[in-house]
Design a protein around this ligand. Structure first.
Ligand code: ZN
Length: 324
């Protein structure tokens, strides 16, 4: 009898101690897994991230050159591929022959993926949609067709609109960058003519994305961009993004100090994942990159480092709950 009473007291004590989960925790976490060139590191060419909604929807963002094409064993099931703009380090003009090829400073990206792009090849092999804005959907529709796929799997979402992929709402937002399609990606005679003339084909404006997940998390993926007023108005005020993937590499995009300004003054999220640093960001998983360190110091919210293959979990409020 005494043991039964003791057990009842213990159970009551445990119940009193346990904290009720917040609605966001109860709704599950969004998992973010970087697919960089080198396991456990943040390397020069790293851009690709996989977002997994609590409902199982999996979205690949900017495959770039560090995903080893459609056969990369890290990809798993995919529902959509996002491409912020048409530059080769995002759409994937070439890629690793296998994860870990080359060095963190100079990954081996010798496997050619033109004219179809790695993004189109991955989406085709996975039976996933490609979701883009501007003039990119028709271009990707043509690539899917030439790969033997269904052009209808290339889906348009322009600024101010939205589309659903599983439980995830996807929209594009403006980016201040460029978005020319290189001749090699166009292919054929037109591609050759463009290359000879030193010109690119028109693909409309470059984009970032805002993703709203089923646990309430709103994430802003900056793409390559300078500082834009929409980072305050659309991303910050309208969508109230709580997690940001911020490009910090300088020269081509905001550098670390400009990126920190976007985080601290314009978007004001709960946390940020550094991206597109164009440097050896880590050694042995420890941050050593100048730009990455500078950004970590200047940003007023936690800066998470995308170590390849290490999954980070975020609740609906944008707080990292595991893996950071
Ligand atoms: Zn880029």
């Amino acid at each position: 009898m005494r043991t039964v009473a003791a057990a009842a007291v213990a159970a009551a004590t445990l119940a009193a101690l346990s904290v009720a989960p917040t609605p966001a925790q109860a709704a599950g976490a969004v998992k973010v897994t970087p697919l960089g060139s080198h396991e456990g590191e943040f390397c020069r060419q790293d851009r690709a991230l996989i977002f997994e909604d609590p409902d199982g929807t999996r979205i690949l963002y900017d495959p770039g050159r560090t995903v080893a094409g459609p056969a990369d064993p890290r990809l798993g099931k995919l529902d959509a591929v996002l491409v912020s703009h048409m530059h080769g380090d995002h759409a994937g003009d070439s890629h690793l022959p296998a994860p870990g090829a080359g060095t963190c400073e100079k990954p081996d990206t010798s496997t050619k993926a033109l004219p179809n792009t790695s993004a189109a090849a991955i989406a085709h092999a996975a039976g996933a949609k490609i979701v883009t804005g501007s003039e990119m959907p028709r271009f990707f529709a043509g690539k899917l067709k030439s790969l033997g796929g269904d052009p209808k799997n290339s889906v348009l979402v322009r600024f101010g609109a939205s589309t659903k992929v599983g439980g995830v709402t996807v929209t594009t937002v403006p980016a201040a960058h460029s978005n020319g399609i290189a001749g090699g990606m166009v292919g054929g005679d037109l591609g050759k003519m463009l290359e000879e003339a030193g010109l690119t084909a028109y693909a409309g404006p470059p984009t970032g994305y805002v993703l709203t997940f089923s646990n309430g998390l709103v994430a802003y993926l900056s793409g390559d961009t300078g500082v834009t007023s929409e980072q305050r108005t659309v991303v910050g005020e309208q969508y109230k993004a709580r997690l940001v993937v911020m490009n910090i590499g300088d020269t081509f995009t905001t550098g670390p100090m400009e990126a920190a300004y976007v985080i601290n003054e314009l978007v004001k999220p709960a946390s940020v994942i550094a991206s597109h640093a164009n440097e050896v960001g880590t050694e042995g998983g420890k941050v050593v990159g100048k730009k990455t360190l500078m950004f970590q110091k200047a940003a007023k919210v936690p800066v998470h480092i995308p170590l390849s293959g290490r999954t980070m979990s975020f609740d609906g409020a944008g707080k990292c709950t595991a893996g950071c």
